[in-house]
Design a protein around this ligand. Sequence first.
Ligand code: ATP
Length: 428
Amino acid sequence: QIAKAAQQRGWHLYVVGGAVRDLLLAPENTVVPLKDIDLVVDSFRSSVVDGAGVVLAQQLQQQYPEAELQVHGEFQTAALIWRARAGHAPLMIDIATARTEFYPYPAANPEVEASSIRQDLYRRDFTINALAIRLTSPQPGLLLDFFGGALDLRRRQVRVLHANSFIEDPTRIFRAVRFAVRLGFTLDAQTERFIRYAIDSGIYADLQAQKERRRLPALQTRLKAELSYIFQADYWAQSLGLLDKLGALSCLHPDLSIDAALWRQMHRVGRWRQRFIDAVGRDMGVAPWLMRLEVLLAKLDARSQIATDLQLPLGSIQRLEHLGSTEATLLAQLQPKQLPSDIYQTLETYDIPTLLLASVRYPKRIGTYVWQYATRLIHIKSPIDGYHLKRLGYAPGPTYRQMLTVLTHAALDGHVVSVDSAEAYLKR
Ligand code: ATP
């Protein structure tokens, strides 16, 4: 439908990017389930040159009113989104107008200018992502491969399109690693040199020193997205290992690298998080990728500043900001041989993700206490409530709270196990 609409206007329409890559990688005669399809329309600088993608998306939406239309004016792109429904997988079709991009300075967001499909493909990250299939005549189905992407798919390598690519956009380093690990590809040797060169040129230091904050948020948004993809994938450890080997973690902070202890903590946090959820029977509201990222940042003094720059959720920023004092308190107060009520009193002021973050980093003792607290102590209540106290003849008032706290602590330590024992305890 959409190719027909483009054809009628004398435009060319192409499928580009990941969809083409995944189609070419799939064994012959298999159905490739595509969730995310990127289209590019080349309108040959006709009168609606700046909005051709938007025009096509609007037309398609009239035929499929159930799809949601989103227009991103700045980059002349439109997206049609079909949400998941019974029997229908979700689908997103992104329609862009062919464009070139130039970068006024490193790490800036692309400036947009309409241009041909070759230029559009040239601005992309890797040859394997810079392939297009034409959907319009002449030759619908024609593969456009200007940069040797098909050969790289056969050679199973990630190769960048130009030498400055990683300096222009350091998030591409994270993308290169993600694609290499996910697809089981290697990094082309020259590409690896470009990565190392970009890192050695001190991207992070440059950005910080220049206080070039105007464009920094856009870069950080992309970086956060890449980190979330990496940390939520099954292969996160392999990607992180490769990023570390390349020195790419210095994009986050110059002192960031991974030692054996940090590896242990990062593996632990995912396992322990899941164990908590299984034991408690409900989610803790912080995704595994975010917990892994928090553990990674936790060892840095600048952790909360980095979390703020990356625009992480407020809870994460605060957890990292207060981590030092949380850990000092836990280490000081959670001494060996603690009564359950003491453990409870120390830990009740923190939420579970905070305790999890602190416990994966510190001696087993803390982890054991936190586990005991979150899975058992937190559920122990006083066997009698305020209503019951009133029936026993105690006058309502602030002392109620104190009495209930005393009873809860007694219940935690096993002195109070029933209503009768609670009443007896109060009389004492
Ligand atoms: P995935 O299967 O992970 O979605 P994808 O290739 O579709 O892979 P997207 O992040 O959806 O990845 O990006 C779509 C396309 O946009 C890519 O194939 C690539 O051509 C281009 N692209 C995305 N990010 C960048 C970037 N930082 N620099 C250059 N090109 C990019």
